[in-house]
Design a protein around this ligand. Structure first.
Ligand code: BG6
Ligand code: MG
Length: 229
């Protein structure tokens, strides 16, 4: 194994837009009188807008037509984009920014792998539009996480083999997607305790260690490598 590329989820990894997803869904659910809380919200991480709505509707007291579902998704998305419009480069922490720059200096190829159809807009707001080598997002995939499609497309864009890429994820569904695609999965934030992740980190800067140690892994046993981390 020789790590040459790193694929980052966006919401909840590069910036805290996961909180805005929660607040926007919460507003829509409250208006409809549907119970929705942070525990249910955990299941929405990494999955598409339409699948998120279906999870929320498990607690609805009536059936909704397709037209009603479309309008609920639209309402949620316009509320979400209101939050996004207030974002700026300060919404990327210094640790994230410095780690990304250090990874770039070390020569890793860097991509985004996100289910979101708002990816390009968010990258614009936070001033990272031109930073990543490639962006694979919700606008080019047919199946969202836990399907590995978004990461497979990212690795293809980077011209790297899946096994030569780390995938950084805050969603258990994203960890499953990375594992299904043969990537090295790294859980952070909400996935920092996901035991299906190949590595779990508390701090974004720890990604540097993992990338470097994986790069040496060809000459080290799995046991030695996990002792190092
Ligand atoms: C993922 C989020 O990044 O994007 C999910 O973790 C969200 O919660 C999905 O549903 C789709 O986002 P969007 O911006 O296309 O509604
Ligand atoms: Mg995420």
């Amino acid at each position: 194994m020789n790590i040459r590329g790193i694929i980052f989820d966006l919401d909840g990894v590069i910036c805290s837009t996961d909180e805005y997803h929660y607040l926007a869904w919460k507003q829509m659910a409250d208006e409809e009188g549907i119970d929705f809380d942070r525990k249910v919200n955990e299941r929405l991480r990494g999955v598409s807008r339409a699948e998120s709505l279906e999870i929320i509707l498990e607690r609805a007291r009536r059936e909704y037509t397709d037209e009603e579902k479309d309008s609920m998704m639209e309402r949620k998305n316009s509320c979400y984009r209101e939050f996004l419009s207030g974002m700026n480069p300060d919404d990327v922490s210094r640790e994230v920014r410095e780690t990304l720059e250090e990874l770039r200096r070390k020569g890793y190829r860097l991509a985004i792998g996100s289910s979101s159809r708002n990816t390009v807009y968010i990258l614009e707001r936070i001033g990272l539009s031109d930073f990543f080598d490639d962006v694979s997002d919700g606008t080019i995939i047919a199946r969202s996480k836990p399907d590995p499609e978004v990461f497979i497309k990212a690795a293809g864009m980077l011209h790297l083999r899946n096994e030569d890429c780390l995938v950084i994820e805050d969603a258990p569904a994203g960890i499953d997607a990375a594992n299904a695609g043969g990537f090295v999965s790294v859980g952070i934030g909400s996935a920092a305790s996901c035991d299906r992740a190949s590595y779990r980190v508390e701090h974004f800067a720890d990604i540097l260690n993992i990338a470097e140690n994986c790069a040496d892994a060809g000459t080290k046993s799995a046991e030695t490598l996990s002792a190092l981390l």
